[in-house]
Design a protein around this ligand. Structure first.
Ligand code: NAP
Length: 215
């Protein structure tokens, strides 16, 4: 059975998954880029972005695990882009250029309908206006037996977490304080929902945590 998995979701020491005031210049909100410092140098990230050789080891292992056996992705609309409200036109196709790093169907949750977009490299963005259960159903069908990766952002993960629909969640706690922004766990009792820490490991760049849901 397909699992719903979160990987490489970075949060600050004070629990924020994005800084405030996201815009074109600040895709992760103001200060948010510091959350991802642990991943930028890894082999997995570098190879995905046509860069240098990259580092191997624990950080890279966690980054790589997030792409294994994934048949579809689910994203929130603000992870897809900074546009708020009705789509002004069809120009915006995500942050990632013509060949996004997904290479699968990607289901973007939004309240604003839009036609699907076929990108290079196998990524097709579909826009889902019927909510989290509909997105998961469509992603599960599209994944064809593989798992579904829940990419974020924060509001999207919070909805699936609150519904106890996430099977596994890898968080990377970055050694930065953001002070404000989008908080991951605020008001959510993950323990009561059945989640427990099933693994943790610290590197020089991040503390990796794996949460799993009791069966
Ligand atoms: N820390 C990390 O590892 C990480 C990973 C990924 C993303 N991020 C960051 O997280 C931030 C985005 O997170 P976010 O919490 O602001 O937003 P988000 O979860 O990406 O998107 C929220 C928006 O998606 C739409 N949406 C979500 N659920 C919906 C539903 N059930 N039905 C219909 N529409 C729904 C709504 O947009 P509309 O009403 O406008 O359609 C909603 O306002 C960005 O800064 C991104 O870079 C961080």
């Amino acid at each position: 059975m397909s699992k719903l998995r979160v990987h490489s979701f970075s949060i600050s020491l004070d629990g924020f998954g994005a800084g405030p005031h996201q815009d074109l210049a600040n895709p992760l909100g103001v200060g948010g880029m510091g959350l991802h410092e642990w991943v930028f140098g890894t082999r997995t990230f570098q190879q995905m972005h046509g860069g240098e050789v990259g580092t191997t080891g624990v950080d890279d292992d966690f980054a790589a695990r997030g792409f294994a056996n994934i048949g579809a992705w689910i994203l929130g609309r603000y992870m897809f882009g900074p546009i708020r409200g009705p789509w002004p036109d069809d120009t915006w196709k995500g942050w990632w250029g013509d060949n996004p790093p997904y290479h699968t169907p990607v289901f973007v949750l939004t309240n604003h309908p839009r036609a699907s977009i076929t990108m290079e490299g196998g990524t097709v963005f579909h826009f889902v206006t019927e909510g989290i259960h509909a997105a998961l159903k469509r992603a599960t069908e599209a994944a064809n037996g593989k798992d579904i990766r829940l990419g974020g952002g924060v509001a999207t993960i919070r909805q699936y977490l609150s519904a106890a629909l996430i099977d596994e969640m890898h968080l990377a706690i970055a050694p930065v304080l953001l002070g404000s922004g989008e908080h991951l766990f605020s008001g959510i009792d993950a323990a009561k929902l059945g989640y427990q820490c099933s693994g943790h490991m610290a590197t020089a760049s991040a503390t990796h945590i794996v949460l799993t849901r009791r069966g």
